[in-house]
Design a protein around this ligand. Structure first.
Ligand code: SAM
Length: 237
């Protein structure tokens, strides 16, 4: 899968995808991340990519021409792509959106800066996406979040052993608690059932913990969960 990132600050992407799982996925050709400088598409002598807001107000707004020209140039370069404008006003990014993106051949991510992007840019993208109800200084960190969450779902990226299907949010449920060695850490013991070797008991315990945790921490997710008869029994136990 190809990720094309359009930004005014390409240096921010110098290393975040070089380490660990994404680094290996890139080396193996499963993921390609290309970074494009929006300023290269600014037409005036000073390569101005921003200007004052019409109607007055604080800060600067990213001009539409360099952003749209960069988008058109990048779109023309390769396979069909979905273009996303990162924006705090977009649809909320989620695991299901990460799955959707992971199945694309190419995703173009546009990073805003300053007080945001001229509203007319919205007409040239396929969707607007927010990574949460808070304001970042720019879309670069948001783009990194989207790349990371989508890329790890591409077949082969996590290797053969790990299965993202089993993780939180495939079903609207949080994952059960996980433990590793040592069996006791500062007086805190690993739950006995996990040491029992009884796979069925472990499965039931994990399901019950995931259900309880979701009910307490994320009632919004819990209300969307389709409970089986076994789930109801586990919750009553
Ligand atoms: N004035 C804008 C507003 O209130 O909607 C905020 C602009 S923000 C300071 C600058 C850029 O950061 C945005 O254009 C967007 O690309 C990015 N950004 C900020 N918060 C974001 C979020 N929660 N999700 C995605 N992108 C975000």
């Amino acid at each position: 899968m190809i990720f094309d990132i359009l930004t005014l600050f390409p240096a921010m992407f110098a290393s975040p995808f070089e380490e660990s799982i994404l680094g290996k996925a890139r080396a193996r050709g499963l993921v390609t991340v290309r970074v494009h400088n929006i300023r290269d598409h600014a037409e005036d002598r000073h390569q101005m990519a921003d200007d004052r807001p019409f109607g007055g107000g604080e800060g600067m707004i990213m001009k539409p021409e360099p952003v749209v020209k960069a988008l058109e140039a990048v779109r023309a370069e390769g396979p069909p792509a979905v273009a996303v404008l990162l924006s705090p006003q977009g649809e909320l990014f989620s695991q299901s959106l990460a799955w959707e993106f992971s199945r694309l051949e190419r995703l173009i991510l546009i990073c805003g800066r300053y007080e945001g992007v001229d509203e007319r840019v919205v007409h040239f993208v396929d969707r607007e996406v927010s990574i949460g109800d808070y304001i970042l200084t720019g879309g670069e960190l948001a783009a990194m979040v989207v790349v990371d969450a989508a890329a790890r779902l591409i077949p082969g990226v996590l290797g053969n052993t790990a299965s993202p299907e089993a993780e939180s949010f495939r079903e609207p449920i949080l994952e059960y608690p996980q433990y590793t060695r040592p069996r006791e850490f500062r007086g805190l013991r690993v739950p006995e059932v996990l040491l029992s070797g009884d796979h069925e008991a472990v499965r039931r315990w994990r399901r019950a913990e995931a259900l309880r945790r979701t009910r307490i921490r994320r009632p919004d997710l819990f209300s969307r969960l389709k409970l089986s008869d076994e789930d109801r029994r586990l919750l009553q136990a």
